[in-house]
Design a protein around this ligand. Sequence first.
Ligand code: SF4
Ligand code: SF4
Length: 83
Amino acid sequence: MSMVVTQPCFGCKHTDCVVVCPCECFHEGENMLFIDPEHCIDCEACIPECPVDAIYHEDNVPEEWHAFVQLNQEMSKVCPQIT
Ligand code: SF4
Ligand code: SF4
């Protein structure tokens, strides 16, 4: 299980989420961030930090953004880590 970054992250430059992550799970894509599900420990610290509510627990991702579960998995492997 893991947190998932979804659509509202598109274009965000705040990265408040990154600062609180104890496991350096975030990776920076061209337009948004992605969480590496293999390193996320489900602490949920990042969820309240996101001003646009882009981060969801894998089990709670809204239906219309379900594709982001796989997208985070794939993109976190190829995008550079952001700390
Ligand atoms: S997850 Fe939220 S705070 Fe973090 S970069 Fe995306 S929109 Fe910004
Ligand atoms: S839930 Fe915790 S470990 Fe996972 S991405 Fe958020 S802050 Fe990092």
